[in-house]
Ligand binder design. Structure first.
Ligand SMILES: Cc1cc2nc3c(=O)[nH]c(=O)nc-3n(C[C@H](O)[C@H](O)[C@H](O)COP(=O)(O)OP(=O)(O)OC[C@H]3O[C@@H](n4cnc5c(N)ncnc54)[C@H](O)[C@@H]3O)c2cc1C
Length: 403
């Protein structure tokens, strides 16, 4: 598909009014998608934009290779989305590629099956000689015996969603940070209004926001927000910790060639190298901190991938909560990384509201498309998704600055 110029100067949307709750990447992409379809959008975010999981993740533009052994469809979708994002928002992406490296016999034996799984998912992975991989990325563990190149990349956790926010706002969406939804009012079996607390300026004030349809794009908070409307949303907030060391020790994403687990990905971000992550579960995604022991575990895991990591000064250790779609008793490990748009009318007999859950930052546009398709169908709007078509405005535009 060709990339067209952003449709500036389009008539302001005048369709039904949709309230998007949650100002992370998913909410940003959804506000943009709905605005492009001619819907009037108001987005409510309780903190600063991207202050949830979106502003605190690893920043890996997943080629899908990490998921290829477990789920080809998720892997394929990741890769297809990276191709779209590279066209529409190149400014936020460093397309540097990645290596999966085998340390030890078991990992080495996995290489052919891993490459085959990637190729089946449409991901152009290829094994390259270990010595050549080390020439290209000399920081990697010299004990590696096999290396597979994959089309991974990195992206800026803030600039990517901000470009979507800028696009939504340019089309007339109202983006309201520091506005928390405290309640969702139902009338005649339908969600009709959000009771909000606006903390964007003093004095703080409570207010009613009415809309024709509500979508919760609240990630790990989706259970709490659903409960405000009396809904039981199946979500597992699964915190993970990351450690950033000073120094760009590699230029590509470097992952362990083994089934996805803890401490097996190193991502270069500007002048830092970030190892992640761990996984546990929690009821409350607010104020998540790394667990005792995370720092030492991650430092050790990082040094196994890139030996210099062990001696590099620590820049930060932090954690965020994955919004895993579903429930499980095994710390969320058996929950798929897929996403779903829940139609609460069909599922729970409550009209006027949907929830988009699961997924990952790389697939924010696809998540928004799925949710917006549902909203459009509910509201009788025929306009199709067009978000893969246009180059997004610069993230700077969100703050009123020229690109
Ligand atoms: C450790 C870790 C590493 C990860 N690494 C990667 C990676 O490298 N690549 C990748 O693609 N993905 C990664 N992910 C996954 C990715 O970060 C998430 O899937 C994604 O950021 C979720 O975005 P979201 O917009 O759905 O949720 P969020 O960003 O959490 O947004 C939800 C928003 O809703 C708001 N909200 C909650 N309650 C209310 C309310 N009552 N009223 C108003 N607003 C409310 C919150 O404040 C929040 O801002 C990682 C996740 C973790 C935990």
């Amino acid at each position: 598909m060709n990339t067209e110029a952003f449709p500036r100067g389009s008539p302001k949307p005048n369709g039904p009014r949709v309230c998007v709750i949650g100002g992370g990447g998913t909410g940003a992409a959804l506000a943009y998608d709905l605005s492009l379809r001619g819907l009037r959008v108001v987005l409510l975010e309780k903190g600063e934009l991207t202050s949830g999981t979106t502003g605190r993740h690893h920043g890996q533009l997943h080629s899908g290779a990490r998921y290829a052994l477990g789920d080809r469809a998720i892997a394929r979708e990741c890769y297809e989305e990276t191709l779209i994002l590279r066209r529409i928002v190149p400014e936020a992406i460093e397309y540097n590629g990645g290596f999966f490296i085998a340390i030890g016999e078991e990992e080495a034996e996995l290489a052919p099956r891993f490459v085959a799984a990637c190729l089946e998912a449409g991901i152009p992975a290829r094994e390259i000689p270990a010595a050549r991989a080390l020439e290209l990325e000399p920081g990697m563990n010299p004990a590696l015996s096999r290396a597979v190149w994959v089309p991974d990349g990195t992206f800026d956790a803030w600039r990517l969603p901000l470009a979507f926010f800028a696009a939504a706002r340019a089309l007339g969406a109202e983006i309201r940070a520091w506005t928390e939804v405290l309640g969702l009012d139902r009338s005649g079996g339908r969600v009709v209004a959000a009771r909000v607390l606006d903390r964007s300026r003093e004095p703080f004030r409570e207010e009613l926001v009415e809309a024709d349809y509500f979508v919760s794009a609240t990630g790990a908070w989706a259970g709490k927000v659903g409960a405000l409307a009396g809904l039981d949303v199946p979500i597992t907030p699964a915190p993970g910790a990351m450690l950033a060391a000073r120094g760009r020790l590699v230029d590509r994403v470097v992952s362990r060639l083994r089934p996805a687990g803890d401490g097996d990905i190193m991502v270069p971000q500007r002048g830092l190298s970030i190892i992640g992550s761990t996984q546990s579960v929690t009821d409350s995604p607010d104020a998540i901190l790394p667990a005792p022991g995370d720092r030492d575990f991650l430092a050790g895991a990082g040094a196994e991938l890139v030996p210099a990591f062990g001696a590099a000064p620590v820049h930060a250790v932090w954690a965020a909560a994955r919004p895993l779609a579903g429930r499980s008793s095994d710390e969320g490990r058996s929950i798929s990384r897929d996403f779903a748009a829940l139609d609460h009318e069909e599922r729970d007999g409550v009209a006027g509201m949907a929830t988009i859950i699961g997924g990952k930052a790389t697939v924010l546009r696809a998540m928004a498309e799925k949710a917006a398709d549902l909203v459009a169908a509910k509201l009788g709007v025929e306009a199709p998704c067009r978000t893969a078509r246009y180059a997004l405005p610069s993230w700077r535009e969100y703050y009123g600055r020229k690109a």
